[in-house]
Design a protein around this ligand. Structure first.
Ligand code: NAD
Length: 443
């Protein structure tokens, strides 16, 4: 099929590459000229495992192209995907200006039937707005062209995006007629393993499904983080608790890891956006609001532990951070707990020595050159001469350090384990003061 994708970010680029890989002819369009220039040169602007090879292979095979020419891109695809950003507005609602701008552009240029599919995460009712925008732009030029709109929210996870797209748990398709449903069933047929995973529903339910899924996951994290705070104060070990409750099949082990709060471009903004949508229609969400409050509090937990260790005096201290991206296997630092920690440390007069396997350029882009931030080439260099080390993001390479060597390199052997990946007694045996999340009693 001929497919056009607006937005070449994490979602648009992965969608484009994966759809091209199943034999479709895909044109990816973006307004960011630099991004398109880099992609055209074969450079991948984001870090996502496997993406570089997939993009190169499909470009070489002639099935994947990049452009800033929206009119040509609209001419290309019968299927037009909108995969642009929906960042939070000041009041927490999703800002739809990029989505509606794309709808307007498509309406201004389409000359033939188009199926316009919203893949961005958008509040319930957005497809109606997309439809209105398309109709307005078409009639503004005195034309009459047929189109359908559909909602097809994306569930991929950064860091495992290609696998998630290629082997989805489900594909949600929101439509209001059979023609649109048939096109999307055909497009996704190659991604249905063993049985049909495409779930066709009405548009509003599809739009809500995406928020419901993210909020369910965010709630599990915040609940577990809240329990970890209770465990900390009761001298219990949340890790023992986690293993025991996860054994209950009704609870399960997924997404019940305590940590230093969730970040990323989706959970925080989607939690806020659904609370805002509900509030606008006169329903105050209780649990959803608490999920955000708990998360904001949890993001200060690493700083709080450092402050407690150093009796409230972090001025002049040097703190090493391992991991800056909001989770492993990505370079994305949007709303990352590492940002909250670094900013609090700087406010307290500390210096940060930091290392992340993929997010160093992004850190440099966000914070620029500053005296209290030393960007290091590896984990050991970051720890050298530090008064404390904080594991913020659980990249694989941080899993089994030589703690005796680390204790030798550091000014003071103090470790805050923001993801509970180390065995406290093992770390303590190397001379460290160890602080985990919700495990003051841990051995
Ligand atoms: P992103 O910020 O990485 O990329 C968005 C891209 O859209 C940018 O390159 C931007 O230049 C481009 N753009 C903006 N206006 C445009 C226009 N008029 N025409 C063409 N391109 C335009 O965003 P993302 O992380 O890929 O997220 C996109 C959407 O998907 C959001 O709604 C997000 O909530 C949702 N989503 C994201 C993820 C994720 O893991 N990142 C997962 C599922 C859903």
């Amino acid at each position: 099929m001929r497919v056009t994708i607006f937005g070449t970010g994490y979602v648009g680029l992965v969608t484009g590459a994966c759809l091209a890989h199943s034999g479709n002819h895909v044109v990816c369009v973006d307004i960011d000229e630099d991004k398109i220039a880099r992609l055209t040169r074969g450079e991948i602007p984001i870090y996502e495992p496997g993406l570089e090879t997939l993009v190169h292979d499909n470009v070489e095979a002639g099935r994947l192209r990049f452009t800033t020419d929206a009119a040509a891109a609209i001419d290309h695809g019968m299927l037009q995907f909108i995969a642009v950003g929906t960042p939070p507005d000041e009041d927490g609602s999703a800002d739809l200006k990029y989505v509606l701008k794309v709808a307007e552009t498509i309406g201004a240029h389409m000359t033939d039937y188009r199926l316009v599919i919203t893949k961005s995460t958008v509040p319930v009712g957005t497809s109606d707005k997309v439809r209105e925008q398309l109709a307005q732009a078409i009639s503004a030029r005195g034309a009459s062209v047929e189109f359908d709109v559909a909602s097809n929210p994306e569930f991929l996870k950064e860091g495992a995006a290609i696998d998630d797209f290629m082997k989805p748990d489900r594909v949600v398709v929101g439509v209001d007629n059979e023609r649109a449903a048939d096109h999307l069933r055909a497009l996704y047929a190659p991604f249905n393993r063993q049985h049909d995973r495409t779930m066709v529903m009405d548009i509003r339910s599809a739009e809500l499904t995406k928020y419901a899924a993210n909020i369910m996951l965010a709630t599990k994290i915040s609940l577990m983080n809240e329990l970890s705070q209770v465990a900390d104060r009761l001298d219990a070990d949340i890790e023992q608790v986690r293993k025991a409750i996860g054994a209950d099949h009704r609870i399960g082990y997924h997404f019940i890891y305590p940590g230093c709060g969730f970040g990323g471009s989706c959970f925080p903004k989607d939690v806020r956006a659904l609370a805002h949508t509900a509030s606008k229609i006169g329903y105050e969400t209780e649990i959803i609001n608490a999920v955000e409050r708990v998360n904001n509090r949890q993001k200060t937990v690493l700083f709080d532990k450092l402050q407690a260790h150093f009796d409230g005096d972090l001025a002049g201290k040097t703190v090493a951070l391992w991991g800056l991206a909001f989770k492993p296997n990505t370079d994305d630092m949007r709303e990352a707990p590492a940002c909250t920690l670094m900013e609090a440390l700087w406010d307290a007069g500390a210096t940060v020595r930091a290392f992340d396997p993929e997010a160093m350029d992004e850190t440099r882009r966000i914070y620029g050159e500053r005296d209290d931030l030393v960007l290091c080439h590896d984990a050991e260099e970051a720890a050298t001469d530090a008064d404390a080390l904080v594991l913020v993001t659980e990249w694989h390479i941080f899993r089994t350090p030589d703690f005796h060597e680390l204790a030798r390199l550091m000014k003071q052997p103090v470790l805050v384990d923001g993801r509970n990946i180390y065995k406290p007694s093992y770390v303590a045996a190397a001379g460290f003061s160890y602080y985990g999340i919700g495990r003051s009693a841990a051995t």
